[in-house]
Design a protein around this ligand. Sequence first.
Ligand code: PLP
Length: 273
Amino acid sequence: MKIWLDGALRDSETARVSVFDHGLTVGDGIFETVKAVDGRPFALTRHLDRLTRSARGLGLPDPDLDEVRRACAAVLEANPVPLGRLRLTYTGGHGPLGSDRGDQGPTLVVALGGTARRPDTTAVVTVPWTRNERGALTGLKTTSYAENVVALARAHEHGATEALFANTVGQLCEGTGSNVFVVLHGEIHTPPLASGCLAGITRALVAEWTGAKETDLPLDVLREADEIFLTSTLRDVQAVHRVDDRELSAAPGPVTAKAMRIFDERSAEDIDP
Ligand code: PLP
């Protein structure tokens, strides 16, 4: 596969990043996952805005967005697939051990993966660990994903594909790589950004297109919600058919099915931004 690294397309088998890259040594990196259909990136401008916000939040130099756009186009052209997800990784770059920052400029890698369409429904578990709604990294899409890896392992142990977190005050927050929506009395609700969740691009579009409300929700809402669904670049809109031991056997319910339909239809239009 051809990937983008250091300003050029390269073979993924031979492309190399420094062993002293701060993304590796201290997790000083950010990323985006961008859906691409028939070689066209979806909502790229929104993703690049978030990439820049994450870079600033982490104190990294602003990414060169012209280069990022060129990289995305080049990777998509070199690896033609009907459906894929571009993975943009941007780190502090090479720097001596113990230094605060890389000293040779940031590293940008653009690769392509995620060619599968996710199933319409899935199982989720809640985990006892919390998202910090007031941390230094809250809302930034950083490569420091170890906590999510641990939570996902818990989900897999229970035959689920996603783990949902509450925040430190017990409110529903988000999944390891998705945002969460619940349907209560026919209305769609999703936790506000103040809950500590990531400002998901899919979340924003689904909220806009369905009129979902941002609401503080206790984690326990998952026991009573009529319907639950997840949103992300990898999942689009995905209904939840089991949360912990609770079966939602009719998933996707009517409100979720409509949200899925609206998302599929509207996102087939070229969304950029
Ligand atoms: N929340 C987290 C922690 C994520 O990592 C992601 C995506 O990777 C999302 C939510 C969903 O965001 P998006 O819809 O932009 O893919």
